[in-house]
Design a binder for this molecule. Structure first.
Ligand SMILES: *[C@@H]1O[C@H](CO)[C@@H](O)[C@H](O)[C@H]1NC(C)=O
Ligand SMILES: *[C@@H]1O[C@H](CO)[C@@H](O)[C@H](O)[C@H]1NC(C)=O
Ligand SMILES: *[C@@H]1O[C@H](CO)[C@@H](O)[C@H](O)[C@H]1NC(C)=O
Length: 410
């Protein structure tokens, strides 16, 4: 009896000392995201891409999963946006099951380079073996995030795995060449359901950067009524598949505008977005992207962000019908000695935390397995250097991003 109570005391002490505990699931209360304790939670993190042709999170040949997660943890970040392509799920459900990492690398990089990158991966991440499949690598990343107390936001980045995004890449809009609507929703359901096995998973973004397709499809005109019909259908099914996850709704024109949503305006055919129409309204979040790197003043940049959808945060304006949290899930710039001091970077660094809005920067990756046909491509916007070892620009991190994390989470 005594031994047992001593043991349980030790367990309790251990839990109290464990600073990495995650408080999922999250909910929404008007403009705030709340953790499972009911405390405000502000997303402050980085994108970790996985939607390229290899269809696993980048960087496995250079850094252990634990090392990359700890880089974010060291900055005090609390979330990763983990991107995936629908093609990953199509392969699992239609094409004979998930593909091994080794085969996927060979498919994407060719036999010689695919094999040598796989050998590097096995050296750096020995838990990835010849039998390991792509989704199992996602599982490993999610498990490490759980271990280190970093939340996972899943993001459907694209349908056909490749570098995103352009108007002519066949992934731009519902019904585009590779953007099969039913497979998209099925893929979201599959990943939302799968994420039940990830304690760190808190949210899913339905689609990255919707945009006008260069070839129109009469069944899916590029407009807000089509957006509304498809996004609400997908949101309902993702929510049914995993009712715990927050669902992030992205906008038009590369996710730079959600302007008719906060104000509940007529979307063009008499439809309006009204939170009361959703029985999972406490799970809905808006997301925007911004790459307006030529911004000449913070006033103009911030007013365009505000009018583009951040005004959903406004609880004091009666014209804002749908008060919701808004997260800037992409913004980024060259990680060199000076760009972090630009109007664009400085403005976002102060303005987003002032709004108590969440954010996720593009990008942790120092390189890509393959991007737009180029293998081992250097990512000059990467927080990490080419080999995922050190900060690419220590100033941009220590005087830039670290300041933004602190401002958001203080
Ligand atoms: C969230 O933060 C806001 C602004 O600081 C505050 O007014 C609100 O009470 C907080 N909510 C909770 C649940 O702590
Ligand atoms: C939103 O829907 C609710 C419930 O149907 C309704 O009472 C309310 O008037 C609607 N709001 C707007 C702005 O249309
Ligand atoms: C294979 O890798 C080598 C060395 O990294 C590189 O120079 C070459 O371009 C790669 N092959 C292809 C087809 O990209």
């Amino acid at each position: 009896m005594k031994a047992k109570s001593l043991l349980s005391s030790l367990v309790l002490v251990g839990q109290a000392l464990h600073s990495n505990a995650l408080d999922a699931p999250f909910t929404v209360s008007d403009r705030w995201i709340l953790d499972a304790q009911g405390s405000n939670f502000t997303y402050a993190g980085a994108n970790w891409p996985g939607a390229g042709e290899v269809m696993i999170p980048e960087g496995m040949q250079y850094a252990s999963i634990a090392s990359t997660v700890s880089k974010l943890k060291d900055l005090g970040m609390n979330v990763i946006r983990l991107t995936f392509p629908i093609e990953l799920v199509d392969d699992i459900l239609d094409n004979g099951g998930d593909v091994t990492v080794q085969d996927s690398l060979i498919n994407a990089l060719g036999t010689s380079n695919g094999t040598s990158v796989f050998n590097q991966i096995q050296t750096v991440n020995p838990q990835i073996t010849a039998d390991t499949t792509r989704l199992q690598v996602y599982d490993m990343v999610a498990a490490e995030c759980n271990e280190q107390g970093i939340y996972v936001h899943l993001d459907n980045h694209i349908s056909k795995a490749m570098w995103c995004c352009s108007n002519s890449d066949g992934n731009a809009w519902f019904g585009d060449e590779f953007f099969d609507v039913e497979k998209w929703i099925r893929g979201l359901e599959y990943m939302a359901d799968h994420a039940k096995s990830w304690p760190a998973a808190v949210s899913i973004g339905l689609r990255n950067e919707l945009r006008e397709p260069s070839t129109a499809n009469a069944d899916y005109p590029y407009d807000w009524p089509t957006w509304y019909a498809q996004m609400t259908a997908a949101a309902k099914r993702a929510n049914a598949a995993n009712p715990d996850l927050l669902i992030f709704l992205s906008g038009l024109n590369y996710d730079t505008t959600l302007s008719p949503i906060p104000t509940g305006e007529d979307l063009g055919d008499g439809t309006t977005f009204n939170l009361s129409d959703f029985d999972f309204a406490t799970k809905l979040v808006l997301e925007l992207h911004n790459y307006d790197s030529s911004a000449s003043s913070c006033d103009s940049l911030s007013s365009s962000l505000w009018n583009g959808g951040f005004n959903a945060l406004d609880t004091s304006d009666a014209s804002i019908i749908n008060v919701m949290p808004v997260v800037l899930t992409e913004f980024g710039f060259e990680q060199d000695d000076s760009t972090w001091q630009s109007v664009y970077a400085s403005c976002l660094r102060s303005w987003i935390p002032e709004q108590h809005a969440g954010w996720i920067t593009w990008v942790i990756a120092g390189s890509y397995y393959i991007r737009s046909g180029a293998q081992d491509l250097d990512e000059t916007w990467g927080m990490l250097d080419h080999t995922w070892s050190n900060w690419r620009s220590p100033d941009a991190i220590e005087q830039g991003l670290q300041v933004m994390v602190d401002a958001s989470l203080s």
